[in-house]
Design a protein around this ligand. Structure first.
Ligand code: ADP
Ligand code: NA
Length: 334
């Protein structure tokens, strides 16, 4: 009964990196190009102010940079609906309804809330607690059926399903779909290049090894040459990567960039030492990533064009979101 539709979003928090590309953007592009779903991709600026308020110019710049990153990575604003959350007001309007559907107990159990609010929950913003209800609204205002996310978002997706189910039950309707998380691929967790037991993340300012999407070819190659490895050669099969997190990470990154299975990487490189393998990986990474960073820079030179694309995206989005909000209000008696 629901149109197969994908929704996913990312915060405009700056400093896009290889983990964001392989774990999110590239998979979004693959779903767009597979053509089995309508695809809606969103910069979630309303979410970006839940932890701390950002400097206004920084937020504006980050939003444009994220949009440039998406387009450079292959999101086509004609094929996909590409939007900035605050420009489609129905997200926030439905979020209010969901604030009244979700229970305080549900919100307080979210591990991301507990991690981010820490021991001083009294000082956290109300928005940080309500974050997952807004995320549910982002998804359900499109009646999206499938949501590609990382492992870390699984619990929020469960909450989205609970909110939809409670709304449907309490009003005796089958209005909101029960969404399916799509968590797959070898790069759902790209690890830190100096410590393969931690994930690559922008929230680690001391990490100089992180490959950023704006890095040029020389920088990418240098960071890969310096990546931590062990003295053993590459094994012949993936079982041989057990207990070798740094080695496994580099093999997985190679596989994701080259769009092959990790075993196929080992078939080509079994017995090679890491000095040699890292040179091959640097070639693959530069070939894939430097055209993206160049295209991002080109797009960032014309912010008015980015704003025009987002304006057009919002118009297309509202063809879907305005009727769904109207029907929601109607069900509620508004
Ligand atoms: P960060 O952890 O750098 O702050 P975000 O939490 O903003 O990144 O994540 C944005 C998107 O990128 C999410 O879909 C998330 O799952 C994905 N992502 C972030 N870091 C990684 C990583 N190291 N490996 C794979 N995907 C990642
Ligand atoms: Na994060």
């Amino acid at each position: 009964k629901f149109t197969p539709r994908v929704f996913s979003g990312m915060q405009p928090s700056g400093d896009l990196h290889l983990g964001n590309y392989l774990g999110a953007m590239k998979r979004w592009v693959d779903m767009q190009d597979a053509g089995q779903h309508e695809t809606v991709y969103c910069m979630v600026d309303l979410h970006a102010i839940t932890a701390t308020l950002l400097d206004p110019d920084t937020l504006r710049q980050n939003t444009r940079e994220l949009c440039a990153g998406f387009i450079a990575a292959g999101i086509d604003p004609e094929k996909s609906i590409l939007i900035n959350q605050s420009q489609v007001p129905e997200h926030a309007q439905l979020a209010w309804i969901f604030n009244c559907i979700a229970r305080m107990g549900w919100m307080g159990r979210m591990t991301q809330w507990k991690d981010k609010a820490g021991k001083n929950a009294e000082a956290a913003s109300l928005g940080l607690l309500a974050y997952p209800a807004l995320m549910a609204a982002d998804i359900l205002i499109y009646h999206a059926t499938h949501v590609p996310v990382g492992e870390d978002q699984k619990q929020h997706l469960e909450l989205t399903r609970d909110i939809a189910a409670k709304f449907n039950h309490d009003y005796g309707v089958e209005f909101f779909p029960i969404v399916e998380p799509v968590i797959e691929g070898v790069a759902t967790r790209v690890m830190n290049l100096q410590d393969g037991t931690k994930k690559m993340s922008k929230s680690d300012p001391s990490d100089k090894s992180r490959i950023n999407m704006t890095d040029d070819a020389d920088t990418i190659a240098r960071k890969i040459r310096k990546a931590k490895t062990d003295p053993d050669p590459l094994p012949g099969d993936v079982d041989g990567l057990a207990g070798r997190p740094d080695a496994r990470n580099l093999v997985n990154i190679y596989a994701a960039l080259a769009e092959i299975e990790p075993q196929a990487v080992l078939d080509q490189h079994a017995g090679a030492l890491f000095g040699h393998f890292k040179a091959a990986l640097a070639d693959v990474a530069v070939a894939k990533l430097s055209p993206i960073s160049e295209e991002m820079a080109r797009l960032m030179d014309d912010p008015a064009e980015i704003d025009r694309i987002l304006g057009r995206g919002a118009e297309r989005a509202r063809e879907i979101t305005v009727p769904i909000l109207e029907q929601t209000y109607d069900i509620i008696g508004m």
